[in-house]
Ligand binder design. Structure first.
Ligand SMILES: [Zn+2]
Length: 235
């Protein structure tokens, strides 16, 4: 049987093969770990969980889903070192669960809970958001079902993520990728899905390096869609 028109000897003598194999080691290292609950637990970063930050229960209307992808966001609000992460999470939950007054004058119905599953504060502390077994929420036009939503505190149109945030983001991505068997190469940012500036040009510019650090085999897709910003909505 012909295999891609190449003889077996030709396939295995391809000069790129060994380099390719070496590059896959890191990616496979955690994917191989993904099989056991113990291994997934070992990848879990330290986290301010919902009990620790004083979360209220989710409201009715949560939609169960099984994640197959991960999307990175920014809060579009400048980093604020003076407020504790717990207070920020309580504030975001309170906003999410009420009639949401938008900057353009719209008043939107409550969400059942925070729109994001994991929130990374400016100091790199990770907070637990919505239960990851339920789809997130968005003000933009795409279906959040099946996506793990990870947000970094900051407005990365005008400021930079901190080194601590980048390190925490890598930990969350590796953990969630292993947990749901999401290839690192398929991790995206919000503006890949909808008309938004999110996660801001400064974080968007860092994403290829971040993903390459997690999987040396990662290459940014040529012509990958990066829709131009149309509005400031981030969620
Ligand atoms: Zn976003």
């Amino acid at each position: 049987m012909k295999e891609n028109g190449m003889k077996r000897s030709e396939r295995w003598s391809r000069p790129g093969l060994y380099r390719h194999a070496a590059g896959m080691v890191t990616a496979f290292a955690f994917l191989a770990l993904a099989g056991t609950a113990e291994a997934q637990q070992s990848l879990k970063p330290d986290m301010l969980d919902r009990v620790a930050w004083g979360a209220k229960p989710a409201l009715p209307g949560m939609r169960p889903h099984k994640p197959y992808s991960i999307i990175v966001h920014h809060t579009a609000v400048r980093q604020n070192a003076k407020t504790s992460l717990a207070a920020k999470l309580r504030g975001l939950q309170s906003f999410s669960q009420s009639q949401r007054k938008m900057s353009d004058g719209r008043s939107l119905p409550p969400w059942p809970d925070l729109p994001y599953h994991y929130y990374i504060g400016a100091d790199g502390t990770v907070g637990e958001g919505r239960d990851v077994n339920f789809a997130g929420d968005t003000n933009t036009k795409y279906d959040p079902t099946g996506h793990v939503q990870v947000v970094l505190e900051g407005n990365f149109e005008i400021e930079q993520p901190t080194a601590e945030q980048i390190e925490a983001l890598k930990k969350v991505l590796v953990w969630q990728a292993a947990r749901w068997k999401v290839p690192i190469s398929t991790i995206t940012v919000h503006r890949d899905h909808a008309g938004t500036a999110c996660p801001g040009k400064n974080l968007a510019a860092l994403m290829p390096k971040i993903l390459h650090d997690l999987d040396p085999n990662y290459r940014p897709a040529a012509g990958k869609k990066t829709k131009l910003k149309k509005k400031k909505e981030d969620q």
